[in-house]
Design a protein around this ligand. Structure first.
Ligand code: NAD
Ligand code: TYD
Length: 362
């Protein structure tokens, strides 16, 4: 196996922590450098189990700081990037769009510039030379939200036109375009994947499933935007992580892969299913949790439906979602209930102390 030094950005977040864990444990010959700013969404407890592995290193830093990023590339002699760091929550992008522009767009450009410089990319060479073994790769992790909203039928393919509606999706769309522009213009070896909604352990309790789960646990209202009729295509995070591993190793340069769960749920139906599972786990009478459902004002610009056609990654790389939704949701509920201290450390803010406690004197 080739020795590689891979920069994973956003590895203290939800999906990034699963990616870091998988790479560190499966590929002992790789060195994984996890770069994370530790915003409110970054939580080093997510990866405390692997923090002492010899092939793992954590660096606290901001991708918006161009000089720091360039210096990190030179110091660590990075061979590859898997870029997950982002502001990721649509509601926050509505209240504070600028932070999304800074991190998701400027931060991505800083990484692209550092990779282009360090890997000595020259106009057009590597991206047109897609057959030779690649030494470097810039892998950009993106979202299906860049494609906008579907009506009642149809699926997003890799050729669907971009039509983002929220500041979050517009910033991710912009970063996708920039990655393609650097591949086409400077020959940067790059690949992009666009994934549907993830769920599973370590998801910050602001997103629908962990928020609802946490509220049910505490007998608090479950806010449902509008009529709860919006549809999302849910994928268990470990299935996404496996797809990322495959694309990183086998994906073709300059290609895009859509990743989805073939698993569409109306928000209200999903919440009713979750309420049933929670009633059972908490030994509450059936029907207790759903009384917490509270319809609230709809999200502005709320996309009606997302659904992914993932036949390309299935056909070319042999990936399919493997975890059935009921099974994944059951595992997720079990994990959150078994790890109440993870949740309460977020509620109290204690999770922010982890870096000082574990890393400050290293
Ligand atoms: P997350 O919000 O849980 O984690 C983001 C991480 O990035 C955090 O650890 C945060 O501290 C870090 N970060 C933020 N700004 C930074 C900066 N300026 N410099 C360095 N680090 C910074 O997000 P997530 O849900 O794990 O999503 C990860 C990636 O996957 C994002 O790019 C997102 O757009 C994409 N994605 C997410 C989903 C989903 O359902 N969650 C679906 C498809 C794609
Ligand atoms: P979310 O988890 O924020 O993901 P995204 O907006 O990126 O798809 O939301 C998933 C769906 O749930 C979306 O249609 C908005 C809705 N939603 C609620 O109804 N109530 C909530 O409290 C949240 C956070 C989301």
């Amino acid at each position: 196996m080739n020795k590689k030094t891979i920069l994973v950005t956003g590895g203290a977040g939800f999906i990034g922590s699963h990616v870091v864990r998988r790479l560190v444990t499966r590929y002992p010959d790789y060195t994984i450098v996890n770069l994370d700013k530790l915003t409110y969404a970054g939580n080093l407890e997510n990866i405390s189990d692997i923090e002492n592995k010899p092939n793992y290193k954590f660096v606290k830093g901001d991708i918006v700081d161009a000089d720091f990023i360039q210096e990190l590339f030179s110091r660590e002699k990075l061979t590859d990037v898997i870029h997950l760091a982002a502001e990721s929550h649509v509601d926050r992008s509505i209240s504070n769009p600028l932070e999304f522009i800074r991190t998701n767009i400027l931060g991505t450009v800083n990484l692209l510039n550092a990779a282009k410089f360090s890997w000595n990319c020259r106009l057009g060479t590597e991206s047109s030379d897609t057959e030779s073994p690649r030494r470097n790769l810039f892998y950009h992790i993106s979202t299906d939200e860049v494609y906008g909203s579907l009506g009642p039928s149809g699926l997003f393919t890799e050729n669907s036109p971009y039509d983002p509606h929220s500041p979050y999706s517009a910033s991710k769309a912009s970063s996708d375009h920039l990655v393609r522009a650097y591949a086409d213009t400077f020959g940067l070896p790059a690949v992009i994947s666009n994934c549907s909604n993830n769920y599973g352990p370590f998801q910050f309790p602001e997103k629908l499933i962990p928020l609802a789960l946490n509220n049910i646990r505490q007998n608090k209202p479950i806010p449902i935007y509008g009529k709860g009729e919006n549809i999302r295509d849910w994928l268990f995070v470990e299935d996404h992580t496996l797809a990322i591993d495959l694309i990183f190793h086998k994906g073709k340069r300059s290609e895009t892969y859509n990743i989805g769960g073939h698993n569409e749920w109306k928000n209200i139906d999903l919440i009713l299913l979750l309420c049933g599972i929670m009633d059972r786990h908490l030994k509450r009478t059936a029907g207790t949790s759903e009384k917490l459902i509270t319809y609230v004002t709809d999200r502005s610009g709320h996309d009606l439906r997302y659904a992914i056609d993932s036949s390309k990654i299935d056909r070319e790389l042999g990936w399919k979602p493997s975890v059935k939704f009921e099974e994944g949701l059951e595992k997720t509920v079990r994990w959150y209930l078994d790890n109440e201290s993870w949740l309460s450390n977020i509620t109290t803010g204690n999770y922010k102390m982890y870096y000082e406690k574990q890393y400050a004197n290293r």
